[in-house]
Design a protein around this ligand. Sequence first.
Ligand code: LHQ
Length: 260
Amino acid sequence: MTYEQITATREAGVLWLRMNRPDKLNALTTTMSHELEDAVRGAGSDDEVRCVVLTGEGRGFCAGQDLAEVSGEDRPDIAEHLADTYHRLVPTMIALPKPIVAAINGVAAGAGLSLALACDVRLASDAARFTQAFVKIGLIPDSGGTHLLPRVVGYAKALELSITGDLIDAAEAHRIGLVNRVIGAEGFADEVRTYAERLSAMPTLAIGETKKLMLEALTLGLPEALSREAAAQSRMGKTDDHQEGLRAFSEKRDPDFRGK
Ligand code: LHQ
């Protein structure tokens, strides 16, 4: 699929989505948001895709909403704009029944940080920086910023970052749990590739179920969580990948999972 403001490239089981407005640090336009949504949705129904990587071209990951698009006389109503863009994209990313990795190559600001938070794993280059930029322009964290950040770093740190707009570096982001791993900028793409390939060789159906169950369980009591685990485990127990996992264990070899 060819897009205007992102590139989508599949390498074996990994779909690489690159936000591609490097001169504007990949600031998000409506077009880019729709293109990302289309690509992520497509990844969900494409059996060949077993893992998605979201990253940015150039020196930025994503500087958030393109402010030119939402300024001036003709600016859209913000609620309508959000409904048309991030309120479609973020839930699509979270519901993707496959792992999605944010490869944060540079600055992630505002809605750009929210997109990273909507991914399952955040790998940061040591050149990455992070800011809940919204407050600096008199806004509140949108695109999931109030919901996702406290779940990842805890309430106190999330609130502090959101009301100060402080720009933090990759080491601090790692210290507070905002990113899973920090990687030297030089070997970043290779290490992300290795990580994504490893995920793409995992039992994809089990990963999709795990994402869904764990998210649901955040708002469930233990009895209901146990009941949903049982139903999902019953489904997983019928997959080819489960049988392959058992065979590989008894034959003392690596499993060859197919995502079925
Ligand atoms: C940009 C942007 C940008 C356009 C850098 N837009 N050009 C939703 C709905 C409705 C309303 C508003 O918001 C939202 C959600 C949001 O995401 S709100 C938050 C929007 N984002 C921001 O406020 C961040 C604005 N950017 C910055 O604070 C800085 O650019 C950061 C800290 C990200 C990076 O700083 P530097 O590394 O010093 O880069 P720079 O500022 O020199 O930017 C490079 C170029 O990118 C520059 O263009 P130019 O033509 O002058 O070279 C910037 O104007 C452009 N750019 N962010 N969001």
